[in-house]
Design a protein around this ligand. Structure first.
Ligand code: ADP
Ligand code: MG
Length: 350
């Protein structure tokens, strides 16, 4: 497998900037996800890795080699498209053998290469079917076999689960991750689904408005979001306006109602800021306590393995999750909220 590196890469279509001065590295043999809302530039980024678009500015390196101006055929990269893009008039085998056939490797060689990859994705016995005779999940496997057949240096997935139903999505994402790890593939994976990104990735690059909002491991992004966009896009967050009063030894605390909440060390400056608090980091008690944040239950929904609760407090409505099998709480009931040590993050002013 090869690494992928973007250096100050931009893509413009007339007056539209689809990707704006982006820098990142995907290490060889890793699965890195481009995560962000629709229209933020994910597909354009993948297409530039593939060579299906030529960057307007900047440099793209694959395996350390500058491929910026190379066409798709001259890059050792394959892509699994969102719609699979199978050839409907070709059998499963012909679809999977397409790459080596176009390369002129000979019918028998192409067939053997295709058979091996079809077996790898669990489609042995389906060689003679046509795409219309397969389920969505099977069609996706054909697309993966076709993308793998020439053993590319880099494999790209564009929202590979979007045409599958919810139950199947979970299984297929696990299969893609296993395949990537077993074959030691470099994968750039695109999704708008934060849970999917957390589940499959070595690292996540969060995109917003054609730029990178933050990159890091799934845990980094969830536990230390650098801005309100990431805090809110990955998981749920309660964003609360606070004032940082004094900073000593890189430690600071903020007042949230009557509660004093210590903040983890960061580059802190006195002044207005926001804190992001995860819903599972708000601890709810029915016992009165003057040193924590009081509130009343606005909503409480039973969701099987947890409760979704909205609490009306002096700092606004806060979203709380209680796992396990706690009792339902009645609307209007008084509660007191304290803050777990983890899951409270300072968001620097924008
Ligand atoms: P995503 O995959 O994150 O949804 P895209 O990369 O497809 O986003 O698109 C990013 C932005 O670039 C969008 O505003 C989109 O409309 C625009 N865009 C993408 N491709 C083209 C194109 N070929 N011509 C003009 N604008 C484009
Ligand atoms: Mg897209």
């Amino acid at each position: 497998p090869a690494s992928v590196e973007f250096r100050n890469v931009s893509m413009r279509y007339g007056s539209v900037t689809a990707v704006d001065n982006v820098n990142f590295t995907i290490e060889a043999g890793k699965l890195v996800t481009l995560l962000g809302p629709s229209g933020c530039g994910k597909t354009t980024t993948l297409r530039m890795i593939a060579g299906l678009e030529i960057a307007s500015e900047g440099q793209i390196l694959i395996g350390g080699k500058d491929v910026t101006k190379l066409s798709a055929a001259d890059r050792d990269v394959s892509m699994v498209f969102q719609s699979y893009a199978l050839f409907p008039h070709m059998s499963v085998l012909e679809n999977a053998a397409y790459g080596p056939t176009v390369k002129g490797l000979g019918k028998e060689v192409a067939r053997e290469m295709a058979m091996a990859k079809l077996a790898l994705v669990g489609l042995k016995g389906f060689e003679n079917r046509y795409p219309s005779e397969l389920s969505g999940g099977q069609q996706q496997r054909v697309a993966v076999a076709r993308a793998l057949v020439l053993e590319p240096q880099v494999l790209l997935f564009d929202e590979p689960l979007s045409n599958l139903d919810a139950k199947l999505r979970r299984r297929v994402r696990e299969e893609i991750r296993e395949l990537q790890q077993n074959l030691n593939l470099t994968v750039a994976y695109v999704t708008h689904d934060q849970e999917e990104a957390l589940a499959v990735s070595d690292r996540i690059i969060v995109m917003s408005n054609s730029r990178i909002a933050q990159e890091g491991s799934p845990r980094d992004l969830y536990e230390r979001p650098a801005n309100a966009f990431v805090a809110d896009f990955i998981g749920d967050a309660n964003l609360i306006d606070v004032t940082i009063k004094s900073v000593a030894d890189g430690q600071a605390s903020v007042a949230i109602g009557p509660a004093t909440v210590p903040l983890p060390s960061r580059e802190l400056q006195p002044g207005p800021a926001k804190v992001a608090i995860r819903p599972e980091s708000l601890l709810l008690s029915k016992v009165q306590d003057a040193s924590v944040l009081p509130g009343t239950i606005r909503k409480c929904a039973y969701l099987g393995n947890h409760l979704d609760i909205v609490v009306d407090t002096p700092v606004g409505d806060l979203f709380v999750i209680q796992h396990g099998h706690p009792e339902m709480l009645e609307q209007g009931a008084p509660v007191w909220l304290s803050f777990a040590k983890s899951g409270v993050t300072l968001i620097p002013p924008a």
